[in-house]
Write a protein that binds this ligand. Structure first.
Ligand code: AVJ
Length: 314
């Protein structure tokens, strides 16, 4: 079964235009990475996941495969599984196959991605009750969860939690504590900065295209006139906060219009488009503890690149 997706109230779906205008008006310009994922951006992200340098997706899949039995025992079978993300990935299907949840609730900001994934899952798991929810995980959500909280597990794979600051990540975990007794969170690990650097500066330039696509999307959807040749992808590991930062750097002094708004750029001025925080196992368990979870388990791949945390509420 895969019905029409639930939608959050309109005021919770803040508008792309408002966010872009506000972000480009800041003294240090920034845009939210959630806007990367239009149709073209989602396709580029899928290509990123297949890049030799982008180890995250493969490492998470490998660790999920090799620890599937323990992960299943931890999360429990036949309950409700909430996934933040569309659930189109191989690892989501692995998990659904192992957990056999009574209900599966994928939450995603992209209605198209959700519906495509839900349709596909409905074919693969004809008896699964699939309840897609259109929503933004960075805000409080009301989920159509039936049954006891203790039989509900939240799955948040892909190190998407790395897009949040540690403070925001803690608030997000605290919020989900009210929804589920157990959580599975995929978290990219701290490692040699050269490996991190390569993952966000791939040789084929797919990550650069992914970053620049945000400007193309603003041009198309908001009537912008960004000249993509006058902005460059720039990504680096910032060891203080422990995060990869992605920026779009203006290659010249220029003025850009978005609808009726105009924004000036100095040569070398950047738009900060994404943070991707990396955590050691201990750092993430400390953060989870501050959000009211016990960091009960942590699984990693054999090369120690990526981690999956099993958190218990209370
Ligand atoms: C989907 C947020 C986990 O931070 O690695 C990939 C997005 N950005 N390459 C990440 C991304 C550039 C990705 N997350």
């Amino acid at each position: 079964m895969a019905g029409e997706p639930h939608r959050q109230p309109a005021k919770q779906l803040s508008s792309f235009r408002e966010d872009v205008v506000a972000g480009l008006s800041l003294p240090r310009k920034s845009l939210s990475p959630k806007y990367f994922y239009d149709a073209a951006g989602s396709r580029l992200f899928e290509r990123i996941c297949r890049l030799r340098e982008y180890y995250l997706t493969r490492a998470e899949l490998a660790l999920t495969r090799s620890h599937l039995a323990a992960i299943t025992r931890f999360a429990g079978r036949r309950g409700t599984l909430v996934e933040y993300g569309s659930g189109e990935s191989l690892k989501s299907r692995l998990l659904i196959h192992a957990l056999r949840p009574a209900a599966y609730i994928p939450v995603d900001i992209s209605q198209e991605a959700l519906q495509a994934a839900a349709r596909r899952l409905a074919r693969e798991f004809p008896r699964l009750d699939i309840v897609p929810v259109v929503g933004d995980f960075s805000r409080p959500l009301t989920l159509p969860v039936k049954g006891r909280r203790s039989s509900c597990a939240v799955y948040f794979p892909g190190s998407t939690i790395g897009n949040l600051t540690p403070g925001e990540a803690q608030a997000f975990l605290a919020m989900t504590r009210g929804q589920a007794g157990r959580m599975l969170v995929g978290v990219d690990l701290k490692k040699d900065a050269n490996i991190l650097h390569a993952a966000y500066n791939d040789a084929k330039g797919v990550t650069a295209a992914f970053n620049l696509n945000l400007l193309r999307r603003i041009n198309r959807e908001l009537g912008g006139d960004f000249d993509l040749r006058r902005f460059a992808h720039y990504a680096f590991y910032n060891p203080g906060p422990g995060r990869i930062e992605m920026h779009l750097v203006s290659l010249a002094r220029q003025t850009v219009s978005v609808g009726k708004h105009r924004f000036g750029f100095g040569a070398g001025e950047s738009i900060h488009t994404e943070n991707s925080y990396k955590y050691s196992i201990d750092e993430f368990q400390d953060l989870a503890a501050k959000a009211g979870f016990r960091g009960a388990r942590a699984w990693t791949d054999r090369r120690g690149l990526f981690s999956l945390h099993g958190l218990v509420a209370g």
